[in-house]
Write a protein that binds this ligand. Structure first.
Ligand SMILES: [Zn+2]
Length: 98
């Protein structure tokens, strides 16, 4: 119940999500400047916000197993990309655990 294509893509995306979460955590621990005080930290927060827009991080892809060959594929797929079985509409109960 796996698919090399999705595994490789998710490893990279998971790494990026983890790095972004670590950056958000680090930024959250930088003390806020006094009101009206110039702060390099605020500049960093603004640049980070701009970068997040450019990255356009999407949520983790929902996967399900093909009922015939058991290969993982996208939840919204209408046909298995491994065995070409036509698939019914996926539901929340079909989602594979992350
Ligand atoms: Zn299949």
């Amino acid at each position: 119940m796996s698919n090399r294509y999705f595994e490789q893509r998710d490893v990279r995306r998971d790494g990026l999500r983890s790095a972004c979460a670590a950056m958000e955590d680090a930024l959250a621990h930088i003390p806020e400047p006094a009101f009206g005080e110039a702060s390099p930290a605020n500049d960093l927060r603004a640049r980070w916000a701009e970068l997040l827009v450019l990255i356009a991080m999407e949520p983790a892809r929902l996967l399900r197993a093909c009922p015939v060959c058991k290969q993982a594929g996208m939840l919204e797929a209408t046909r298995c990309m491994n065995c070409w079985t036509k698939l019914a509409v996926g539901t929340a109960s079909d989602v594979l655990p992350a």
